[in-house]
Write a protein that binds this ligand. Structure first.
Ligand code: SAH
Ligand code: DHB
Ligand code: MG
Length: 227
């Protein structure tokens, strides 16, 4: 398995070299995260490019992100916004949010991006109260136990035809292993995956991913247009 993991990472680099080269702003965001000792759990360049393309395919002018960390995925996503579009990203940790804000500003995206600091479930309720959205694209990537609740909120705040993407829904294959539900993070993503699969309001699939981030997956759900 170790050899295979290395090959996957090498191919990931190959794909990134062709299709997801990082510019100065993305490199600086990663460096700032490293310097500040943030966890190395941001999406890979290729995953960032995929999110960017999916957001563009929805012609997004309103994007919601749940889980900012250092703003790395935020930059990929905000760059997909239509002119005049806005991205709201939710982050619990003030220190991460401050660092992300600086990296987003360095990327020239501060006019389009706002970070809401605090627990995401509170921020989501607040967004609904404010009548925010509807969002064209949502990226779910915060703590895993409440993933199903994040999905419900995302659905509530999205327009027909919107795309909702959730990271880390395969967890090194643990979702398919016996006893998986004993890990609250794995149980959380499994609960969301099951809920998505049986929700008639969306059409969805999970795509496994391999590469520099190991073995994981994206859930991709399209909010059905009203009929
Ligand atoms: N999307 C980022 C990575 C996010 S990592 C990227 O790919 O670049 C997950 C983030 O969710 C962490 O920064 C963590 O602090 C944040 N988080 C965890 N629990 C949260 C909660 N309840 N509300 C909001 N943010 C939370
Ligand atoms: C973890 C969280 C993530 O969003 C991720 O992409 C990888 C790992 C974690 O909490 O371990
Ligand atoms: Mg993630």
């Amino acid at each position: 398995m170790a050899e295979k993991r290395d090959l996957y990472a090498e191919v990931d680099d190959y794909i990134a070299g062709l299709f997801a080269p990082e510019d100065e702003a993305l490199k600086a965001a990663l460096q700032a995260m490293r310097n500040a000792g943030l966890p190395d759990i941001q999406v890979s360049p290729v995953q960032g490019k995929l999110l960017h393309m999916l957001a563009k395919l929805t012609e997004a002018s309103a994007i919601l992100e749940i889980g900012t960390l250092g703003g790395y995925s935020t930059i990929w996503l905000a760059r997909a916004l239509l002119p005049g579009g806005r991205l709201i990203t939710l982050e619990k940790e003030p220190r991460f949010a401050d660092l992300a804000q600086a990296s987003i500003a360095r990327a020239g995206l501060a006019d389009r991006v706002s970070i809401r600091v605090g627990p995401a479930l509170d921020a989501l309720a607040q967004l609904e109260k404010e009548g925010a959205g509807p969002f064209d694209f949502v990226f779910i990537d915060a703590d895993k136990p409440p993933y199903a609740e994040y999905f419900d909120w995302s659905l509530k705040l999205s327009r027909p035809g919107a795309l909702i993407v959730a990271d880390n829904v395969v967890r090194s294959g643990r979702v398919a292993e016996p006893g998986a539900a004993e890990d609250p993070a794995v149980a959380g993503v499994m609960r969301m995956n099951t809920a998505i699969a049986s929700n008639p309001a969306v059409e969805a699939v999970i795509l496994q991913t391999v590469g520099m981030k190991g073995h994981d997956g994206f859930a991709i759900a399209r909010v059905k247009p009203h009929r």
